[in-house]
Design a protein around this ligand. Structure first.
Ligand code: ATP
Length: 243
């Protein structure tokens, strides 16, 4: 495994609105996320976490600065290139799962391959579902699965294309404590066993404590970072930043 950063943000700013109404959601952010590691992004409400994730994933344009995913310059990509990047190199998981209710778990997981016009290797789909602990649930539709199971299907769908990086926006925000723990332990397993790179936004110090590193934003800037901190240390730092 190489150790080159899978994600690099260089002097990234993102503003919304103009003049008196201008909001600087990201303010000259420079950040490296190493390949095969898990970075959690935390910070007070409005500190720019979602904006950072969206800019990094090419879902939103930066106002200035550069975003690199491996050797792909996300910040300079055309719409067509971004579509290819998102299909081949990026996985995204949302708080609300966003599964297709009419499709089975297997069909949901196969969807990104179909959208990319690829043949769907059923063995691969089953393997990925098994890797998230749902090998026996492939024929179930989302309404027949618990919230935690649905989120694991969503993660399987996000990694079926073997993305260079998996972005997760509050992946446990809608889950009870037990399901959240299962999902987080599974993500940890993906990083440790398969070398998956993960960048996750969360409000929850317990969730962030599963990551290798926690980056704290405040007012659109990187205010601090910690390596393998405890949930208590994260909560304490967050309280200071909110104060
Ligand atoms: N589309 C938009 N138009 C105008 N302002 C926006 C837009 N999106 C975000 N903002 C502003 O940018 C700033 C950062 O927002 P962002 O959603 O990235 O913060 P956050 O840290 O994810 O917040 P939260 O924890 O509440 O989800 C906020 O002041 C927000 O109001």
């Amino acid at each position: 495994m190489d150790s080159a950063p899978s994600l690099r943000l260089r002097d990234v700013s993102r503003t919304y609105g103009r003049g008196d109404h201008e909001v600087r959601a990201l303010d000259h952010v420079t950040l490296d996320c190493e390949a095969h590691t898990w970075t959690a992004v935390m910070g007070p409400s409005g500190s720019g976490k979602s904006t950072l994730l969206h800019c990094a994933a090419g879902l939103e344009q930066v106002t200035s600065g550069d975003v690199w995913l491996g050797h792909h310059q996300v910040s300079a990509a055309s719409e067509q290139q971004l579509t290819q990047l998102r299909r081949r190199h990026i996985g995204f998981v949302f708080q609300s799962f966003n599964l297709m209710s009419a499709l089975t778990a297997e069909q949901n997981v196969a969807l990104p391959l179909r959208l990319a016009g690829q043949r769907v290797p059923h063995q691969r789909v089953r393997e990925v579902l098994a890797s998230v602990g749902l090998g026996q649930r492939g024929r179930h539709r989302p309404r027949e699965l618990s919230g935690g199971q649905q989120q694991r299907v969503a993660i399987a769908r996000a990694i079926v294309t073997r993305p260079d990086i998996l972005f997760a926006d509050e992946p446990t925000g809608a889950l009870d404590t037990g399901s959240a723990r299962t999902v987080l332990a599974m993500l940890r397993g993906l990083v440790d066993a398969q070398g998956q790179s993960v960048v996750m936004v969360t409000h929850d110090p317990t969730a962030a404590a599963y990551a290798d590193r926690v980056v704290f934003l405040a007012d659109g800037r990187v205010a601090d970072w910690m390596v393998r901190p405890s949930a208590a240390a994260i909560a304490a730092r967050l309280t200071e930043l909110e104060g």
